[in-house]
Design a protein around this ligand. Structure first.
Ligand SMILES: Cc1cc2nc3c(=O)[nH]c(=O)nc-3n(C[C@H](O)[C@H](O)[C@H](O)COP(=O)(O)OP(=O)(O)OC[C@H]3O[C@@H](n4cnc5c(N)ncnc54)[C@H](O)[C@@H]3O)c2cc1C
Ligand code: FES
Length: 518
């Protein structure tokens, strides 16, 4: 369907007002939508990882993807919220003699804005947030200079794959880049790779690099993400001991994997457990050591945490919960890990996955950092004029609790970057997204929406045991967050309701008969 030819898509009678219809036309997956008696047609594959959008939730014109909650305008195909970066293909449509016909409706890729703008914007950080902001500036029509700085050697790539399919060997390296070189050159987005920023002078907006060079900018976005925590134990400097944040880190681990049979992972958080799973897929023997009693219990609650623990056990991961590592021993490289109870575990690789600290060292003295992170207002503006911050380093006002939050999620970092881009161009619209993240544990995707530090009540619809549930996290009687396996549409609706300020009480949430889709 590349030409201008009208193609038969469906019978008119199969369309129902407000119900997206999946069809295949000339091999292309298309979503037809009858809305207010008008017909619309867009691609039906999410531009993130390709989920069928008709399995998602439509509210008004907006459709939310069932896999990782990207949002699109289902009438125009326009991307509204990450993790999708591209719009959907859009088709023209018409009805004749009871048959719906469609044909391609023009380009759907971001275009380089026309016109001239002498301003120059610099983004420090080429990760989730920095990339989304750079693209967001062009989407918003900014025609001036955009430079993106990164200490890494790579341009933006899908960091979330590093602990999953890339480490397990299922995803080839060519799947990692978020964009091609051609894309960035077409949009005139310049990169300064392997450039580490050493300081920022906020009044003059002058950025100084390691080595002394410097540049200034009219607007700056800081999106420097996190630095993995190192463990301060004897032997942690041995070869074979790694953290995992960047593609370079991941490639270092992979370069040693052929000689490895046994791996010890310190930390049973998302990264630790995903790494354990990837190594099991490679048939390595894997031990996970962590001080808490139940993996991810603090995030998802004990019931779900126990289920995750069970799945890992069944897949052959040896979990040492309630334990800490005291020492790594070896000669030229790590050979064994000694736990606090004296247990000795042979190890060819030791992966430390015990969290991150925000990468803000270079901001010392800038006045922008409080409690090791960067507070911003609802438009990601820091205390310094023309300097913005987003992603893992940013402490943002949370309109749902009236407090603040700092989260370390891919989707949130991208959405913040997209919003910050508009703010850099003068938009005063406040940020109003609800955080969302997902993790994959041995083929099962667990999704989470909202934010709560310590829920005082967790209520289930379905059960963790059956691996099909929606869990609601309450704080003082208010629903603050929800997680799910399988019930992706219900999770999206919980997010919708939280946004609208609608209360879902624990009895309603647990009652399978209570319709969340109203
Ligand atoms: C292995 C792994 C798997 C993950 N999986 C998931 C997942 O499944 N779901 C999820 O929601 N989240 C996941 N995350 C978390 C997610 O990747 C982060 O929340 C997200 O990348 C944060 O985006 P960011 O733009 O703030 O920072 P980053 O993406 O970390 O980007 C930071 C950028 O800043 C640059 N930088 C830092 N300091 C300097 C400096 N001084 N000078 C110049 N450049 C600098 C870095 O080089 C990098 O380009 C995962 C993280 C990792 C490491
Ligand atoms: S596949 Fe749609 S958001 Fe990931």
């Amino acid at each position: 369907m590349d030409g201008n030819e009208w193609m038969k898509a469906a019978a008119e009678k199969d369309l129902k007002e407000g119900v997206p219809l999946p069809v295949t036309v000339d091999g292309k997956k298309v979503m037809l939508l009858l809305l207010n008696a008008e017909i619309h047609a867009c691609g039906n594959e999410c531009s993130h990882y390709g989920a069928p959008l008709t399995d998602g939730v439509l509210k008004g014109r907006e459709i939310t993807c069932p896999w990782h909650n990207a949002r699109f305008d289902a009438t125009s195909g326009r991307m509204i919220a990450a993790p999708a970066l591209n719009d959907l293909p859009h088709y023209e449509s018409r009805i004749e003699d009871g048959i719906v016909y469609i044909r391609p409706g023009g380009p759907h890729l971001i275009q380089m804005p026309e016109g001239k703008d002498d301003r120059s914007f610099v983004i420090i950080g080429a990760g989730a947030s920095g990339n989304a902001a750079a693209e967001g500036l062009r989407r918003a029509g900014f025609a001036g200079g955009i430079s993106v700085i990164t200490a890494e050697q790579d341009r933006p790539y899908d960091r979330t794959m590093l602990s999953k399919d890339f480490l397990s060997g299922e995803a080839p390296a060519k799947w990692l880049p978020l964009r091609s070189e051609k894309f960035y050159s077409r949009l005139k987005i310049d990169f300064l790779t392997q450039h580490r920023v050493e300081s920022l002078d906020t009044p003059s907006r002058k950025i100084t690099f390691q080595g002394g060079e410097s540049i200034s900018a009219d607007r700056i976005l800081i999106a420097t993400g996190g630095i993995p925590r190192r463990l301060n134990i004897k032997g942690s400097e041995l070869r074979g001991v790694h953290t995992l944040r960047s593609l370079t880190d991941c490639n270092r681990i992979l370069s040693e994997i052929d000689q490895a049979e046994q791996v010890v992972v310190l930390g049973a958080g998302f990264i630790g457990l995903e790494v354990a799973q990837a190594f099991r897929q490679r048939k390595l023997s894997v031990h996970v050591v962590a001080p808490e009693n139940i993996p991810l219990g603090r995030v998802f609650g004990e019931e779900i945490g126990r289920r995750i623990q069970q799945v890992h056990k069944e897949k052959g991961v040896k979990l040492h919960m309630g334990r800490t590592a005291q020492e790594a021993r070896g000669d030229d490289r790590v050979r064994e890990v000694i736990l606090d109870d004296g247990t000795r575990i042979a190890a060819d690789l030791l992966i430390i996955g015990i969290g991150i600290t925000p990468a803000v060292d270079f901001l010392a003295g800038s006045g922008l950092v409080e409690n090791s992170a960067v507070p911003v207002d609802t438009r990601f503006q820091t205390k310094a004029d023309g300097v913005f911050a987003s992603g893992d380093i940013a402490v943002v006002p949370d309109r749902f609790t009236g407090g603040v939050r700092r989260v370390e999620h891919w989707v949130e970092a991208e959405r913040q970057g997209q919003h910050a881009a508009k703010a850099m161009l003068g938009s005063t619209e406040p940020y109003s997204e609800i955080p969302f993240f997902w993790t994959r544990q041995f083929g099962t995707s667990i999704k989470y929406i909202g934010h709560v530090r310590k829920p005082d009540r967790i209520v289930f619809r379905g059960s963790a045991e059956d691996e099909r549930f929606l869990a609601g996290y309450y704080e003082n009687g208010t629903l603050r967050a929800a997680s799910c396996i399988g019930m992706a549409k219900e999770l999206i609706m919980i997010g919708e309701k939280m946004k609208r300020g609608e209360h879902v009480n624990p009895e309603q949430l647990s009652d399978i008969g209570f319709d969340l889709f109203e």
